[in-house]
Design a protein around this ligand. Structure first.
Ligand code: GRF
Length: 195
């Protein structure tokens, strides 16, 4: 299964995938797409010899599909991609596209819920637990099916930063498990951390 990973920034989840998927896995990262030419994730891709593409915020669905087809992409992973993917792409990749979110959806999702905002909201509500969620991406975007979650405690002295770091550590295990499970059937499927 040839996977495209879409990133807008740092790319630590991309790096976790590249480290975790080995030659025996049925999935391999074939392409990294970013909407920002200066995204750290593009540099990580280059270091690992993975093809890259920049599709700016004005890129059309046709432009996206052209790049995806040219790289024979079967499956798309959104890993810190902060833009909406054109509807033509979500339609074509229905059931073959996932996103990772740094909270236990359906809580703390939706507009404005990205980066430290998510962890601030978790702490402000007094939640005892947070975590990460991988969900399918459908045309209704944030409402795709939840496929797998990993939980972490929220500690009494947590700051948004300390909670973010604890959640990120489990994201780096959750996303490779999701991709490995999907590679068995070529579709986004429910999975556990042991996949
Ligand atoms: C992660 O927290 C992910 O859950 C969210 O964006 C962040 C991306 O981090 N969607 P990185 O670029 O993978 O380091």
């Amino acid at each position: 299964m040839r996977v495209a990973v879409c990133v807008s920034g740092r790319g630590s989840n991309l790096e976790a995938l590249l480290r975790s998927l080995g030659p025996d896995d049925r999935a391999r990262i074939a392409l990294v797409i970013s909407n920002r030419a200066e995204a750290g994730g593009l540099e990580i891709a280059r270091r690992h010899g993975v093809a890259t593409a920049v599709l700016g915020n004005a890129a059309t669905g046709d432009e996206w599909l052209q790049v995806l087809d040219a790289n024979a992409v079967d499956f798309i992973v959104l890993a810190g991609f902060l833009r909406k993917v054109p509807a033509e792409v979500t339609a074509r990749f229905q059931d073959r596209m996932i996103n990772i979110h740094p909270a236990l959806l359906p809580d703390h999702g939706g507009p404005g819920m990205y980066g430290l905002n998510v962890h601030r909201a978790v702490i402000a509500r007094g939640d005892r637990e947070s975590g990460a969620t991988v969900h399918g991406v459908t045309e209704r975007y944030d409402e795709g099916p939840i496929l797998g979650q990993a939980r972490v405690p929220v500690l009494p002295d947590d700051t948004p930063e300390s909670l973010a770091a604890r959640v990120l550590a489990v994201e780096h295990r959750l996303l490779p498990a999701a991709v490995r499970a999907a590679a068995r059937t070529g579709r986004a499927v429910p999975f556990t951390l042991n996949d």
